[in-house]
Design a protein around this ligand. Sequence first.
Ligand code: IMP
Length: 419
Amino acid sequence: MGGFAVVGLQWGDEGKGKITDYFAEKADCVVRYQGGNNAGHTIVAGGKEYKFHLMPSGVVQGKKVVIGNGVVVDPTVLIDEIEELRSNGMEPDLMVSDRAHVIMPYHRMLDGAEESLLGNKKVGTTKRGIGPCYSDKVARHGIRMGDLLEREALAEKMERIMPIQDKILGIYDMKVDPEGIMEEYLSYGERLRKYVDDTIYYLNSIIDEKAVLFEGAQGFLLDIDYGTYPYVTSSNPVAGGICTGAGISPKKIEKIVGVSKAYTTRVGMGPMPTEEKGEVGDYLAKRGHEFGTTTGRKRRCGWLDMVALKYACMVNGVDSIAITKLDVLDGLEEVKVCVAYEYEGKTLDRFPSSIKILEKCKPVYETLDGWDGSKGVRDYTALPPNARKYVEYISEKLGVEVEIISTGPAREDTIVAGS
Ligand code: IMP
């Protein structure tokens, strides 16, 4: 058995939820290793639609789910998600790392305040307090889930860090009531006590015998190290993040599946070389229902960017890819694919680290013939020939096998290679 992973290769929202759900069926345990409730996925089960932000996939299938040490947890959100499951007659088989950091009210406040101060240079965060919580973790001013279980430990930590938080909040003319926060968060600790545990020993005790699926929350291009910094999230969705975010050796991850849409989308600010602001962008947004699960914001849309995708495949070391939303491209006369960037008269085939350069990169496109009628197709040979050519083109350019193609939102609208 061992570990396998599903990671997003673009700017998030690749449709990982559906692919993870597919793999979750084969898994014994599903693990989140980074991010927090900035993520969002919708699951339809038993005729009911669930929108989860923190709960790992597989929970409605009754799988063991684990929130690893690399995740930042807003207990209010976690409690709501547990309650939603319970009100539908499900008790989650959940374990939350005692080392996972807690999103405190002042993290949410600071996220909003920093974004306002940045004005039109803002990151466009989800304002869930993710960045400030990770900042405190690294600065060693954080509160961890385990601290919520012990009054004395929490009191000691808060006494240590509140003078610093007070000063920081003061910059923005904001204040909090530490006593009130402490009581509130101790009560969350009580409600979550039965789930909080040492997930690292647990995961290492099962990983050789059980199928453990690690699900990335945000996409690779939002990774704090590899993405379009500073227009990124504050964690490491990259496959390597599994090791630090769940306490798993790289030797234990046996398979990595990367997920990419058949085109590109991005929410929030930051460069996106293939963005289409006109008709094509609107066509993709409308057909792809490109509005965020977490914030409802309209996503920016454009053609597939192979420079970015190759970079993502390389760093994640993907074994295969899943292409989602192929059907969204139905009805277009031609489909473009960005194969290089043009920058100041030079052709670049590498994804630059500087966003100043990336902002000025013009996509170099190859054009393929379009198709119609891929929606809902469940068999590869039944796909329109040009849609097949598109898939084969992507696979060849990336040098990676396409394992899954999604042709619609329903679980059944899925083509699996070799099945
Ligand atoms: P944060 O993660 O809330 O700090 O936001 C940082 C950036 O990541 C913003 O551009 C967000 O729009 C983006 N982001 C965070 N989570 C997601 C996600 O799940 N899907 C897509 N974009 C996301």
